[in-house]
Design a protein around this ligand. Structure first.
Ligand code: GLU
Length: 563
């Protein structure tokens, strides 16, 4: 690494340390941080420690506010890292039996890409693994071929990479069918389960009457032989299932001898050749046990499953993980149902899984919501058991904390109206790329006589507007026809006249721009430099934050993020 780069790395680490702990950082701590982040520097240890003093002195010369502002500007990631840790500590209650580390899992079904509802389990489990140390397993639960979308395997992984979860290993349940078959055989062998060949209706009638079905008393050998026959394909769908013995007198009929394996003739599984599938309660228990899962954080909608799963744990004599069930989270304003989304995409109503009207993580990403904002919002919601409705405003507030310090500012003029301004001095406006960070520089907007103004500001009655960073403009009205003239430079006069301070563009310096919002689209023009911000979130002044999605010869397509 070159000397300048080492200096920059040292400065950043010293800065982060100072912001985190207050006061002047120790050189040992700063050097350690730099080496940790750039192991290749170990070879240049002498040079690094020689340069550390200067970096620390540079940081010491800044006021605490300046340090924070600089860190935010130079490395939003390092700034966010500080912020994130504090939030984790603040919001998440301790887990019992976690002192020595945890093994946790995120277990989505590959039926479509992840959506905002999945993010809660994903983020909470992730935060706890980070807090206590341990393993974080991604478990793809694909043992119901009716609910598998072959494309979702990859989409789920992409979404998880985007979220930035600390996944340490990934398992896919369809790879593990032999393990489940083996455990089923063991369970039958222990007298904990049986093969039921009753007609569904018949079983239900008996179960509702709290009575055992005739299969329940099968001798073990018979049960094992029937299980073999199931595996060999001697039964068709609906002709046999494996049931676990629970409590036939349980007040909730759904707890009584529920099925743990079933036969499916169709559809074919996209990954494996199989016709016997474990039901979720069995495969979840088998894997939570086999993978050593210590803590399970999942929604309240799984409470009945937790109850069912205990029967299976008890039969095997396995230790039960620690469970936490968080409350329901209503999410309004976006489409979340996978089947509705899929149908809409097929019918052409939505452009794809990232259509901004959908609640998928990829749609949020397209709108300019950052993964850390999603995680922080979910941690702020926490693991409380109370049912809540998801607040988009809170998510936007989290996102704003992250984008506001770094997003470049530009002018976007919707519904553009051309205006020639009489008697105005030619000059170049120097609008700052970021009002809080002069080091980013400015955008030169050169006024040569004509400008483009937002239509909403040029309405009969408006007598003066102030073009931001340029000058005041007087508007005279001849009926509906406006004419424009120079109104001086005085901000005080603009204020006295209650003039709006508005965005504008030089007539010769525009790029066509469409801004898509959840409510519809705004057409207009923006600064040509916006074309250089593809994929980034910027602020269109007086409009809000937007993500620059596409840049073509015809112009820019941006998505509205939030105000
Ligand atoms: N695959 C299950 C689901 O997405 C999760 C199972 C669990 O948390 O135990 O609902």
């Amino acid at each position: 690494m070159a000397g300048d780069d080492i200096r920059a790395a040292l400065f950043l680490c010293a800065l982060q340390n100072a912001v985190k702990h207050g006061g002047i950082p120790q050189s040992g701590a700063v050097i350690g941080m730099v080496m940790g982040a750039h192991p290749e520097l170990r070879k240049q240890a002498k040079e690094v420690s020689g340069l550390a003093k200067d970096a620390i002195a540079d940081v010491a010369a800044l006021s605490p506010d300046e340090r924070t502002a600089k860190l935010q500007a130079l490395s939003p990631e390092m700034f966010a890292a500080l912020h994130e840790k504090h939030e984790h500590k603040k919001v998440l209650p301790d887990l019992e039996s976690a002192e020595h580390g945890v093994v946790m899992r995120f277990a989505p079904n590959p039926s479509g890409p992840l959506h905002i509802g999945h993010a809660r389990a994903a983020a909470l489990n992730d935060a706890y693994v980070k807090q206590y140390g341990g393993r974080y397993i991604l478990r793809i639960e694909d043992t119901d071929p009716k609910r598998v979308d072959p494309d979702a395997y990859e989409m789920v992984k992409e979404d998880i990479r985007w979220l930035g979860l600390g996944i340490t290993e990934t398992v896919t349940q369809s790879d593990r069918l032999p393990l489940y078959y083996d455990l089923c055989q063991q369970l039958i062998g222990r007298g904990g389960a049986y093969v039921c060949t009753c007609e569904n209706e018949h079983f239900k009638a008996l179960k509702d009457a709290k009575k055992a079905c005739p299969c329940r008393d099968q001798p073990e050998e018979t049960a094992l032989a029937l299980w073999e026959k199931m595996l060999e394909g001697d039964f068709r769908e609906g002709e046999a299932s494996v049931r676990v013995k629970t409590d036939l007198l349980h007040p909730d009929p759904a707890m009584r001898d529920f099925p743990i394996f079933r036969i499916l003739d169709a559809p074919k599984h996209p990954r494996v050749e199989a016709h016997i599938y474990p039901l979720m309660n069995f495969s979840v228990v088998a894997d939570d046990h086999l993978l050593g899962v210590t803590h399970v954080i999942r929604g309240k909608d799984h409470i009945a499953n937790t109850r069912r799963q205990r029967y299976i744990y008890d039969h095997f004599g396995w230790e039960v993980p620690v469970y936490r069930h968080y409350g329901r989270m209503g999410i309004e304003g976006v489409v979340l149902s996978t089947s509705q989304m899929r149908l809409g995409i097929t019918e052409g109503k939505y452009t794809g899984w990232d259509d901004i009207r959908l609640g998928t993580l990829r749609a949020l990403a397209r709108r300019g919501i950052l993964p850390d904002a999603v995680k922080n919002a979910m941690l702020a919601i926490g693991i409380g058991e109370t049912d809540i409705s998801f607040s988009w405003d809170n998510l936007y507030a989290e996102n704003k904390k992250l984008v506001d310090p770094v997003a470049n500012r530009y002018f976007f003029v919707p519904d553009p109206v051309p205006a020639t301004i009489e008697d105005a001095p030619r000059r170049t406006a120097h609008a700052m790329l970021h009002p809080g960070d002069a080091s980013k520089g400015d955008r030169g907007l050169s006024f040569e006589g004509s400008v483009i103004l937002p239509g909403a500001e040029v309405v009969p009655g408006a007598a003066m507007v102030r073009l931001k960073d340029l000058f005041n403009v007087k508007i005279a009205w001849d009926g509906d026809a406006p004419s424009f003239s120079y109104g001086g430079d005085s901000l005080a006069e603009a204020r006295a006249a209650k003039a709006h301070i508005i965005q504008w563009l030089p007539a010769q310096q525009t790029l066509s721009c469409t801004l898509l919002t959840m409510e519809g689209e705004l057409k207009g023009v923006c600064e040509p430099a916006v074309a250089g911000e593809r994929g980034k979130v910027v602020q269109f002044e007086r409009i809000g934050f937007v993500r620059i999605d596409t840049v073509t010869r015809d112009g820019v397509l941006a998505y509205f993020t939030h105000t």
